[in-house]
Design a protein around this ligand. Structure first.
Ligand code: NAD
Length: 485
C-alpha cells in the first residue's frame, strides 16, 4: 500500500503535479524508523526546462497585478496552511523526523506567518518622489524577475515559504528546489498557493541533487538565487551566480557563540542553551553551539543543564509527548557521532549523552561537553547535531575576542542581568541575528541572516523585500534640454 507521505508526482510545475520517471529515483526515508516512505525522481533536463520556461512566462503578468491582489492570494494561502496545520505538520515530521511537538508549532505555522506578513506588505511596495526644482525623479520598486530558491533539509516548509513569500509579494516568480533529503513539504506549499488563487507557473517545485540546483543557478533566464545550505555549497552557488551577475541571498552555516555571564538567571540561561542546541535535535543553522560560561557559575550551570537535558523525551516523533527526534539521515547521524568521538579524543569532558540512542531510527542522545577549548574540532566546525560545547571564560574582553574568532557569523546570544553590558557585548559581536536573554527566536518581523562566511543578504522582515526587488529611477525634465552643441 502506498504510504500517505508519497506525493502524487515528483514536481509541481505550471499549477500541476508533473512526473518524469527517467530522473534518478530519490528515496525518502523516515528518520525515526529507517523505512522508505516515498520516492521522487530528480528533475531531468526536460523538467528543468519546463519549470524555468513556465516561471519565466508567468512572471510578467503576476508583476502587473496590483500588490493588493498578490497580497490577498498570499494571505489566503496562509489561512489554508493554518487550517491544514495538523496534516502539514505530520508530513513535515515524515520528511525530517522532527517531533510533532515541534512541527505543530514551528513549520507550517511559520510558513503561514511569512505568507501573511509578505502578503500584508505587498500593497505597500512603493517608490519615492524626489523633487529637483521644477524637475523631479521618481523611483519604482520593481520585481527582479525569475528567482530560484534552493533549500536545506532542516525546515522544508519554512524555507520554501521564507523564500517564496517575499519573492511573490514583490512580483517575482520562483522555481524552488528542496533538499533531496526532504522533498515532500515544498510540493504542498505549491499546491496551496494554487488553491489560494496564484496563477499557474508563479511558484514551481522541482526535485534533485546539486546538479539540478546547478542547472537552475546557471540558466541565463534566472535573475536571483536564494540558497539555504552549507558554506561550501554557498561558495559554489555564489560563484556560479556571479558568472551571470545574478542577485543572491545566502543563508549558510554557523558556529555561533552563546555567552553566559555569572550574573545571569541560571535557569533562563540553561533554557537558552537547550533551545540553542537541542531544538530539532540540533539541526538548526543559528544554534549557539559554543556556550561560553563565566567561571563563577560554571559547575552550577553544568549541573542544572545535565539535569534538564535528562528530561528530553526521545521516542516516536508522532507521539506529541516526544520532545527530541532523530537525525535527519543515517549519514548525518554518522557525521555527528564522528564529531562526538573527536570531542572525546581531544580531551573534552563528557557531561551527558555522547552515544547513539538504543532504539530504532537515527537518534543520538543530547550531548554536552564541558572544558572545551577554542582549538578543539567540536568548537571550530559546524556539527549540525545535538552536541553542545561548554567553554569557560574570565572577562568580557576575552570572551568577545574568542567568540569572534571564527569564519562564521550567523548568530550570537548573551545572558546577563546587566543591560549595559548586554548591549555592549552584542554590539561587539560579529553576527547577524542576535539575542539578549533569549536564543533562537526567528519571528518573520525580524531580519534573519549572517555576516562573514555565514551569508549574504537577509530573509524575513522588510529587509527581505530589498533582496527580492530593485529600484528603477526616472528623471523627469519639465523644461528644455541644454546641450553643449
Ligand atoms: P547543503 O549545502 O548540502 O545543500 C543545500 C542545498 O543546496 C540542497 O538543496 C542541495 O541539493 C543544493 N546544492 C548542493 N550543491 C549544489 C550546487 N553545486 N549548486 C546548486 N545547489 C546545490 O546543505 P544541507 O546539508 O542541506 O543543510 C545543512 C546546512 O545548511 C548547514 O550548514 C546549515 O547550517 C545550513 N543552514 C542554514 C540556514 C540559514 O538560514 N542560515 C538554515 C538551515 C540550514
Amino acid at each position: 500500500m502506498t504510504h500517505p507521505a508519497q506525493p502524487k508526482a515528483s514536481h509541481f510545475i505550471n499549477g500541476e503535479y508533473v512526473e518524469d520517471t527517467a530522473g534518478t529515483p530519490i528515496p525518502v526515508i523516515y528518520a525515526a524508523t529507517g523505512e522508505q516512505i516515498a520516492t521522487v525522481h530528480a528533475a531531468t533536463p526536460a523538467i528543468v526546462e519546463q519549470a524555468l520556461s513556465t516561471a519565466k512566462a508567468a512572471q510578467k503578468a503576476w508583476a502587473k497585478m496590483t500588490g493588493t491582489e498578490r497580497g490577498r492570494i498570499l494571505r489566503r494561502a496562509a489561512d489554508i496552511m493554518r487550517e491544514r496545520n495538523h496534516d502539514l505538520s505530520v508530513l513535515e515530521t515524515y520528511d525530517t523526523g522532527k517531533p510533532l511537538q515541534e512541527t505543530l508549532v514551528a513549520d507550517a505555522t511559520s510558513g503561514a506567518d511569512a505568507l501573511e506578513y509578505f502578503g500584508g506588505l505587498a500593497a505597500s511596495l512603493t517608490g519615492e518622489h524626489i523633487p529637483l526644482g521644477e524637475d523631479w525623479v521618481y523611483t519604482k520598486r520593481e520585481a527582479l524577475g525569475l528567482c530560484v530558491g534552493i533549500g536545506a533539509w532542516n525546515y522544508p516548509t519554512q524555507i520554501a515559504c521564507w523564500k517564496g513569500a517575499p519573492a511573490l509579494a514583490c512580483g517575482n516568480s520562483m522555481v524552488f528546489k528542496p533538499s533531496e533529503t526532504t522533498p515532500l513539504c515544498a510540493l504542498k506549499v505549491a499546491e496551496i498557493l494554487i488553491e489560494a488563487g496564484a496563477p499557474a507557473g508563479v511558484f514551481n517545485v522541482v526535485q534533485g541533487m546539486g546538479e539540478v540546483g546547478g542547472a537552475l543557478v546557471t540558466d541565463p533566464r534566472v535573475d536571483k538565487v536564494s540558497l539555504t545550505g552549507s558554506v561550501p555549497t554557498g561558495k559554489k552557488v555564489y560563484a556560479a551566480a556571479a558568472e551571470g551577475m545574478k542577485h543572491v541571498t545566502m543563508e549558510l552555516g554557523g558556529k555561533s557563540p552563546l555567552i553566559i555571564f555569572d550574573d545571569a538567571d541560571i535557569d533562563n540561561a540553561v533554557g537558552g542553551a537547550i533551545n540553542g542546541n537541542f531544538y530539532s535535535s540540533g539541526q538548526v543553522c543559528s544554534n549557539g553551539t559554543r556556550v561560553f560560561v563565566q567561571k563563577g557559575i560554571k559547575e552550577k550551570f553544568l549541573a542544572r543543564l545535565a539535569e534538564r537535558t535528562g528530561n528530553a523525551i526521545l521516542g516516536d516523533p508522532m507521539d506529541e509527548a516526544t520532545s527530541f527526534g532523530p537525525m535527519v539521515t543515517e549519514n548525518q547521524m554518522n557525521i555527528v557521532l564522528g564529531y562526538i568521538e573527536k570531542g572525546k579524543e581531544e580531551g573534552a569532558r563528557l557531561i551527558c549523552g555522547g552515544r547513539r540512542a538504543d532504539m530504532d531510527g537515527y537518534f543520538i542522545e543530547p550531548t554536552v561537553f564541558a572544558d572545551v577549548t577554542d582549538d578543539m574540532t567540536i568548537a571550530r566546525e559546524e556539527i549540525f547535531g545535538p552536541v553542545m560545547s561548554v567553554l569557560d571564560f574570565d572577562t568580557e574582553e576575552e570572551v568577545v575576542a574568542r567568540a569572534n574568532d571564527t569564519e562564521f557569523g550567523l548568530s550570537a546570544g548573551v545572558f546577563t542581568k546587566d543591560f549595559t553590558r548586554a548591549h555592549r557585548v552584542i554590539g561587539n559581536l560579529e553576527a547577524g541575528s542576535c539575542f539578549i536573554n533569549s536564543y533562537n527566536d526567528a519571528p518573520v518581523e525580524a531580519p534573519f541572516g549572517g555576516v562573514k562566511a555565514s551569508g549574504v543578504g537577509r530573509e524575513n522582515s522588510k529587509e527581505a523585500i530589498k533582496h527580492f526587488s530593485q529600484v528603477k529611477s526616472v528623471y523627469v525634465r519639465m523644461g528644455d534640454v541644454e546641450a553643449a552643441f
